[in-house]
Design a protein around this ligand. Structure first.
Ligand SMILES: Nc1nc2c(ncn2[C@@H]2O[C@H](COP(=O)(O)OP(=O)(O)OP(=O)(O)O)[C@@H](O)[C@H]2O)c(=O)[nH]1
Ligand SMILES: [Mg+2]
Length: 328
């Protein structure tokens, strides 16, 4: 299914049912008392967080969500039936905005989380409720309250502990498939990954969620390549793996470029804990590895070395990720 991470939908809660005006008719009782029942409540529109949904793709096709209206009250003090609620299932990490306001009204984080995005209207009162000692035969009743209606903007920002970022072809997808249960597409060409992927690394008592996003190229902040829109999916990660292809002759400049693009997107991202990892060490000699380690350490950047393909260095990396997760 196509990955979609934004959508706009219209939601309308049910209107309350109208109150009833009625009088009891009983044999031998010339004038029965009022017995008009209240209207039922309108159904709510409720959003539900679902861990098995990963995209907002459904909302490209269906944009209107209406809950049922409450039924009118009837005679013999019978209350109208309440309208049924309607449930909209959303992926975890969906921020929900009422388009009239800037701040989100809710952030769906946990599986099974629910939130009422539009409240159903209250049912109107029937005439039986207007009786007073001096007002025995009221004709008053209330209309039901209108249900809320809103236009919602849904903005999915995936929730992961650790995000993997790097240039295209650095081996990000190979690494996530080595560390977790994720099985993303891997290819020897740039932009193999077109949509973010989540995977879970189970280590002792920890479940560390890792995300793999499309590669970032120079000028991404200006829209080159796939741009930077996918970076929003690592905004919530507490730490980052910056994965570098050690076969690049311009490794340190690649790193600076990446940092610049991140900065252009959102400076806060640079405040996250970062681990720089050199990948593809199986393709270079020890000299090259030492040289780059030195270049980075002179800038106070500590680096780990792995071969995501061959599995070398993966255990130390896992230990490091575990510590990052534990002390975040
Ligand atoms: N020799 C070697 N090749 C690797 C290693 N890691 C990844 N590769 C290869 O590098 C190529 C790119 O790997 P991917 O995992 O698709 O890279 P990516 O960073 O996800 O690329 P994009 O999704 O396009 O940004 C593939 O041909 C991998 O087999 C490694 O440690 N050693
Ligand atoms: Mg990839």
């Amino acid at each position: 299914m196509k990955f979609v991470d934004e959508a706009k939908i219209y939601v309308k809660a049910g209107d309350g049912g109208k109150g009833c005006v009625s009088f009891r008719r009983e044999k031998y009782v010339p004038k029965g008392g009022p017995d008009g029942g209240d209207g039922g409540k309108g159904g709510d529109v409720v959003v539900v967080g679902k861990k098995d949904i990963s995209t907002l793709a459904d909302f490209k096709y269906r944009r209107h969500y209406k809950a049922e209206n409450g039924r009118p009250g009837s005679n013999r003090n019978k209350k109208g039936r309440d309208g049924k609620d309607i449930f909209i299932n959303l992926p975890l990490g969906t921020l929900i905005y009422d388009t009239r306001f800037d701040e989100p009204i809710y952030d769906l984080i946990k599986d099974g989380d629910t939130f009422i995005v539009a409240k159903g209207g209250k049912g109107g009162r029937g005439n039986a409720r207007f009786v007073t000692p001096v007002h025995r035969a009221p004709l008053e009743y209330e209309e039901g309250e209108k249900g809320e209606e809103k236009v919602l903007f849904l903005n999915l920002k995936l929730i992961s502990d650790i995000g993997i970022i790097g240039l295209p072809n650095a081996g990000k997808s190979t690494l996530i498939s080595r560390l977790t249960n994720a099985k993303p597409k891997i290819g020897n060409y740039p932009f193999t990954t077109l949509t973010p992927t989540l995977g879970v690394l189970n280590e002792e008592d920890l479940n560390i969620v890792i995300s793999d996003i499309p590669g970032i190229v120079e000028g991404a902040s200006q829209g080159t390549g796939l741009g930077l829109t996918f970076l929003k999916h690592i905004e919530r990660s507490h730490s980052l793996i910056i994965l570098m292809d050690i076969t690049s002759p311009t490794l340190y400049n690649d790193y600076l470029m990446l940092i610049n693009e991140l900065k252009a997107f959102n400076e806060d991202i640079l405040n996250k804990k970062k681990t720089v990892v050199f990948n593809k060490i199986d393709l270079v000699d020890d000299e090259t590895c030492k040289k780059w380690t030195q270049v980075f350490s002179e800038k106070d950047i500590y680096t780990l070395k792995v071969s995501a393909l061959k599995g070398e260095g993966i255990e130390p990396l896992k230990r490091c990720l575990k510590d990052m997760a534990r002390f975040n």
